[in-house]
Design a binder for this molecule. Sequence first.
Ligand SMILES: [Zn+2]
Length: 388
Amino acid sequence: MKRPDDPVTIARDLLRCRSVTPAEGGALGFIENLLQPAGFKATRVTFTEAGTAPVENLYARIGTSAPHLVLAGHTDVVPAGDEARWSHPPFAAEIVDGVLYGRGAVDMKGGIACALAAALAHVAARNGQPHGSISFLVTGDEEGVAVNGTTKLLQWAAEGGERFDHCILGEPSSAAAVGDTIKIGRRGSLNGHLVVTGRQGHVAYPQLADNPIRSLTALMTALMATPLDSGSAHFEPSNLEFTSVDVGNPTVNLIPGEARARFNIRFNDCHNQASLKQLIEARVAAAQGNMTARWRIDWEPSNADVFRTAPGPFLDLVVGAIKEVTGRTPKLSTTGGTSDARFIKSYCPVLELGLVGRTMHQTDECTKISDLEVLASVYRRILDRYFA
Ligand SMILES: [Zn+2]
């Protein structure tokens, strides 16, 4: 029989849970049953909000003293899509030629399995008495709208008096080999709608109308023409990308009264949300020239600010552990989309270290078995050093 702290066994059990957001699918119950016998105090918390599905989350802690290291992650997964297109069923956790297949294999049940295995082994080696505190902060709402997940779980924990010193989030940070890349920050994300209002009219009498599409395209061209910045020490250049242009006009002989374009900006630490809005609005105003159409930008609220975890002993410890186990020196990256680290960073320094992300959200999502073993060893080394 496999030991309870074998990452492959844990990963397979987790993959067999159909925890497609927002379903719990048995995944959190499985983790609870794994951690409790080892001495963790586990609490399941359900959060709700009008207009969204209620979502279950899990917080489990062992130890009462500092330092307090949090291992964070999510057990929810994106849908499998057409299951017939998978070479191996998405919730069967089949292993073929040293590769484990299943939805969530890398994003991120595999990562959670490695963290669980490492923590169980570490705690067992300390006879159930860690030299500090280890917590698991696991949400079932990361792949969805992410309103009933980590953000509320952190708030709930803080209100209960929990204080965290550092966090490792097990998202699939690695590019080609485990530990080759860790995320030390993330870009911010901001959505807006550029809305141009003209004057409706007959297409045969354009002199009597003011076609907002002419102005909109000119303003869009201006916004796309000049880069927002040229990048910073730790970040790629910020980027504005139009994602939709909408007029909604079904009539062939009508000049519409309004046209809108939706855009998203991924921004680096040259900006904050307020300065970025100012910059964009100033550029549109400058591009307006003597156009007669009126414009405005409707900004959507954003909870995705740019952040970077400052260098220091914690980063050094994680980098050192990766080097010892894998021989690799990780690249310190801030690329990619947003993650729950954007919420965690307000409570404690957070680094993202996980499996190779290549197949995440794809048909035939998979991880090498050897990658699970290496990542579990890296996590174990981090725990051993952190609580030395
Ligand atoms: Zn993920």
